[in-house]
Design a protein around this ligand. Structure first.
Ligand SMILES: [Cu+2]
Length: 64
C-alpha cells in the first residue's frame, strides 16, 4: 500500500480530478482517493504518480 499526502485538495471535484489522473497510470490497483490523500496498491512508478498529481494542480507533500 502506498499513501500519498496531497496539498491543495478541497472538495469532491478535487477528489474526482486526482482519481481520474491516477487511474490512467499503469500499475495502480485498488485506488482510493479522499481529500488530502490517495492510497493505492500495485507497482506504479511513483514519479509518474507525483507528476500526474502536480499536473492536475495539486502538491505532493509526502509519500509513504
Ligand atoms: Cu476541489
Amino acid at each position: 500500500m502506498t499513501t500519498v499526502k496531497i496539498a491543495g485538495m478541497s472538495c469532491g471535484h478535487c477528489v474526482m480530478g486526482v482519481k481520474k489522473a491516477l487511474s490512467s497510470i499503469p500499475g495502480i490497483e485498488n485506488l482510493e482517493v479522499e481529500i488530502g490523500e490517495a492510497r493505492f496498491e500495485g507497482n506504479a512508478d511513483i514519479e509518474a504518480v507525483k507528476r500526474a498529481i502536480e499536473e492536475e494542480g495539486y502538491e505532493v507533500v509526502e509519500v509513504a
